[in-house]
Design a protein. Structure first.
Length: 518
């Protein structure tokens, strides 16, 4: 049986098996974590002395070319990743989001780098501005690599994309990375990092991998380092106040699970195409990756007069969702990532059922398709209905699986109030035919949401979906969602660089920035 290894200081560490990691399909052991303790002082020294030294020999354009080459290399070997991805409970379609979504992010950032300086590592964030009466003294801003190390702590739901979507802007910004995947699906991330190492494309020390806990890693970080985290809001809150991070003002970017919503606007009737678009969007977000997405729709807000019609159509579509072994033809939804996650979702659903009706799910005879699946981590798609939504637990409790709660509202102002009860979300969708409704709703919702999708029949053919985090658009949200920003095009790169104001004569500023003096 395979023992996973950490990749630290240029070597693979781990021979003695420790925790068994099980297949989400049938519970069979896929791999073990390693029992050997890691020296995080050594990992950071390697990142600083070897990784930074190698990165300083490259510029924005060269690093972009490496990202492109790496994306191509991984794309040619994607089937090796798909084979392991099945054991995370993912269908082929789910794996596509994770694996090819990850390589696609590398390609995207390689392409965006065309907007960066053609050579060097200084990005002029102009324009320059005169600071005196005669124009002899001026000021401007520049962005430069921080000269530190990035620590990326990832969630279990996207073992490939989760690492790559953080690595792409970080590498472009000139920081060596230490990646720590969630343990449950770390066997897939370890395979990814092995492929990256075998490619020989990256400079030495640019990427290290931690299997298992982070130990005293965060306590050893310095002022030029950064930390990014994806996972639960509770864990984000705990890590954010690590004394060393607070004392040294080390940037901490969190992308946490959130109680995202979708709103069916009052102008949409059951006879409209938009009505079915709303239903399809909710079902897709419940079933894609078995609902294990930080952006998934947890609260579906609908006009009271259409509540029964929406419930009926959702129930009809969910009943057609075939759950089982993702290796079987016709299976539309796979398993949760682990039995522990299965138990957690069941506990959260029990909480959500207080004060709610079960529209579908919770069947005593539920049996996923496939041999041995009784030992897996499957969970039936579950739709709840809270007829008194203001006080319902769905505004506070998240079942991180194929679970959503229907909520009726009377008037768009009440819908906005319900949406705000999520206390900050990554994403929301408004389904409407009315430009006036969109103009009213979006500014109000933008206060507490990181990304907003307006869905109608015009946008539908090309819409990327409520839950799709795109490299070109901000990924993150306020409040419960963590308050951070990942992705967002070159905005994500800016977050990882150090900004400094520079003052001097126009000729001196031009010499520094490489721009011609005005």
């Amino acid at each position: 049986m395979t023992t996973l290894q950490s990749f630290i200081a240029g070597r693979w560490i781990g021979q003695q098996p420790a925790q068994a990691l099980s297949s989400a399909i049938d519970g069979a052991t896929v791999a073990h974590t390693h029992a050997e303790a890691l020296d995080f002082g050594e990992a950071l020294h390697h990142a600083r002395s070897v990784g930074l030294a190698a990165m300083r020999q490259t510029d924005f354009a060269q690093r972009a070319a490496m990202l492109k080459a790496l994306a191509k290399y991984l794309g040619e070997r994607k089937e090796e990743l798909y084979a392991l991805s099945l054991h995370t409970g993912a269908t082929r379609a789910d794996g596509w989001v994770d694996i090819e979504g990850g390589t696609g992010t590398l390609f995207a950032y390689a392409s965006m780098a065309r907007e960066l300086p053609a050579c060097g590592n200084l990005w002029h964030e102009g324009p320059s501005m005169p600071l005196g009466k005669t124009g002899a003294f001026a000021g401007t801003h520049v962005l430069v690599p921080r000269g530190g190390v990035a620590v990326h702590i990832n969630a279990f739901n996207f073992p490939v994309w989760g690492l790559l979507e953080k690595f792409a802007p970080t590498f472009l910004a000139g920081l060596p990375c230490i990646g720590k995947p969630a343990t449950a699906t770390s066997f897939l991330t370890e395979k990814l990092v092995r492929l990256i190492h075998e490619s020989g494309i990256l400079p030495a020390g640019a990427l290290q991998l931690v299997i298992g806990g982070t130990g005293d890693l965060l306590d050893r970080l310095q002022v030029q380092d950064v930390v990014t985290f994806t996972g639960s809001a509770d864990t984000a809150a705990r890590l954010r106040v690590t004394p060393n991070l607070v004392q040294r003002s080390i940037p901490f970017n969190a992308e946490a699970d959130s109680l995202n919503c979708a709103i069916l606007a009052p102008d949409v009737t059951p006879d409209d195409e938009e009505f079915d678009l709303f239903v399809k969007e909710v079902v897709r977000e419940m079933t894609q990756k078995a609902g294990q997405k930080c952006t998934a729709i947890r609260r579906a807000l609908v006009p009271s007069q259409h509540l029964d019609a929406v419930a009926a159509r959702l129930q009809e579509r969910l009943a057609k969702t075939t759950v089982g072994d993702p290796r079987l033809e016709g299976v539309r939804m796979g398993a949760l990532a682990s039995r522990a996650q299965q138990r957690d979702v069941a506990e959260r659903v029990a909480q959500l059922r207080q004060g709610a009706e079960v529209v579908c799910g919770g069947d005593a005879d539920f049996a996923p398709l496939g041999e041995g699946t009784q030992g897996g981590a499957f969970f039936q798609p579950t739709l709840l209905l809270a007829r008194q939504p203001q006080q319902h637990a769905a505004h506070d409790v998240e079942a991180f699986g194929p679970v959503s709660t229907l909520m009726p509202y009377d008037g768009i102002e009440q819908a906005l109030a319900l949406a705000a009860q999520g206390q900050g979300s990554l994403a929301a969708t408004l389904v409407t035919r009315s430009h006036q409704v969109a103009a009213q709703v979006i500014p109000a919702m933008a206060q507490l949401h990181g990304r907003l999708q307006i869905l109608d029949r015009t946008a539908a053919p090309e819409a990327t979906g409520h839950g799709s985090a795109l490299p070109y658009l901000k990924h993150g949200g306020p409040g419960r969602a963590g308050g951070g920003e990942e992705l967002g095009g070159l905005r994500a790169v800016r977050h990882l660089l150090q900004r400094a104001a520079v003052q001097g004569s126009p000729a001196m500023l031009a010499a520094v920035t490489g721009d011609r003096p005005a």
